[in-house]
Design a binder for this molecule. Structure first.
Ligand code: SF4
Length: 426
């Protein structure tokens, strides 16, 4: 059996010329140049971009510039490049493109920038899906000659692992499909999407990583690497090892291997490049990813976990919400009011000053004694909903609650919806 190649390259700073150089060599090394022509779609990670709150959460514009330059240099025929992405739910992607500096780059390099929710869409049947049997996504993702993924190297508390090539596929989905079964079945969702989202080439921005809880507001840590591959599972296995995580312990990677998408064994991967995996592992040793269960969280807000334990749903979303505070408002994190959060069906009595019931299915099969009780519905609730309702009902001002983001999430969302309506792309 031939071993899948994964190339680790040293790139110490966000220099587009340096990125272009290693990507060019990677394309050659992987033998991809002859296929590089026609309709080329690049999917970066722009789940969220904000100069103050999320400076490390997205594929940087300098990295994208290097990647696009290298693709053009290596093209074996005429090429039309589209950069397509759907950012986090309920925010217009066009706003995140602007915050990430992609419009400036579009002018400079002349590619098409496409917000997936506003794009022409097609339905795709998934014959191997166990949860999704059909999805709707941008035509540019499906009807292309060459698909490039450009993830940001990050960790994510919703999957307790890296969020790189496979996880990038969640951004193919439109909001309703994206939130559907975004619960304890999240791993299945991710693996189902591999059927439509199998990139031909992956170039990962690991110059700076984003770790430590929330995948939007997490800490940017310098790593100084670019990871190049043509096989998504082999690529993600190596990314897992870079973070000193066992890929067999990452649910969606294990499931992808079980479904025949490749091997989890490092021995089955042909590692190449000018920086050793060992060296990258040394750099990340001791990093804290905050991979806790919700009921293990220290601090004034305690969680009572009922069934099911939805790592990708309410339990994970709660951690995500509180990690935003940890990451960006550490003083508030140390002085949060006492709340007891219940998520899922909880067996037992709950006695607390204030109780927050999180999620549509949440119930307490016992007695609740509390001075205050609030409920936030959703399966799971969106981040935006949590941020808003925890401010209105509990007075907790999450760092995401900012005027510029309120405009993005409500005013610009309305304009985005209007554009889709006018163009018949709802
Ligand atoms: S509402 Fe229930 S099933 Fe849905 S994500 Fe929350 S805990 Fe899970």
């Amino acid at each position: 059996m031939s071993r899948e190649k994964v190339i680790l390259r040293r790139v110490d700073r966000y220099d587009p010329a340096a990125v272009a150089g290693v990507v060019r060599e990677g394309i050659e090394e992987l033998g991809l140049a002859p296929r590089l022509k026609g309709r080329v779609t690049i999917k970066p990670n722009v789940v969220f971009a904000h100069h103050k709150l999320a400076p490390a959460a997205y594929t940087r514009a300098e990295f994208l510039e290097g990647l696009v330059t290298a693709l053009k240099d290596k093209a074996s025929g005429g090429m039309d490049i589209t950069v397509a992405e759907r950012c986090g739910s309920a925010i217009p992607t066009t706003r995140m493109f602007r915050r990430a500096g992609y419009y400036r780059l579009k002018k400079k390099l002349g590619f098409k920038l496409e917000a997936i929710e506003e794009a022409k869409k097609v339905k795709v049947a998934l014959s191997r899906g166990t949860l999704h049997h059909q999805i709707r996504t941008a035509r540019s993702i499906v009807e292309r000659d060459f698909l490039v993924y450009a993830p940001k190297l990050k960790t994510n508390v919703l999957v307790l692992g890296p969020t790189t090539a496979l996880k990038l596929n969640i951004g193919l989905l439109l909001d309703r499909e994206r939130m559907w079964n975004h619960n304890e079945r999240l791993d299945e969702k991710i693996v189902d999407l591999l059927e439509v989202g199998t990139p031909d080439f992956i170039a990962t921005d690991g110059v700076e990583t984003c770790i430590g809880g929330n995948q939007l507001t997490g800490e940017g840590k310098h790593l100084g690497a670019v990871i190049l591959a043509a096989h998504p599972l082999a690529h993600d296995v190596v990314c897992s090892h870079i973070f000193n995580l066992d890929p067999a312990g990452v649910g969606y990677l294990k499931l992808a291997a079980e479904r025949g998408y490749g091997s989890l064994r490092l021995g089955d991967i042909d590692l190449q490049g000018d920086i050793a995996l060992d060296e990258l592992q040394r750099r990340t040793r001791g990093w804290n990813y905050w991979f806790l269960r919700a009921d293990e969280l220290p601090g004034n807000i305690k969680a009572l976990c009922g069934e099911p334990y939805c790592r990708g749903g309410c339990h994970g979303v709660f951690l995500d919400w509180i990690y935003m505070i940890k990451d960006r408002k550490p003083r508030l994190w140390n002085n949060l009011p006492e709340w007891t959060v219940v998520a899922g069906k909880y067996k037992g009595d709950v006695s607390a000053k204030r109780v927050w019931l999180l999620g549509t299915c949440t119930e307490v099969e016992g007695k609740i004694s509390a001075r205050r009780k609030i409920r936030i519905r959703g399966c799971p609730p969106k981040h935006k909903t949590l941020v808003l309702w925890m401010f209105l009902k509990a007075g907790i001002l999450n760092p995401m609650f900012r005027l510029d983001l309120v405009f993005d999430g409500y005013v610009f969302l309305f304009f985005s919806w209007l554009r889709r309506l006018v163009r018949g792309r709802l």
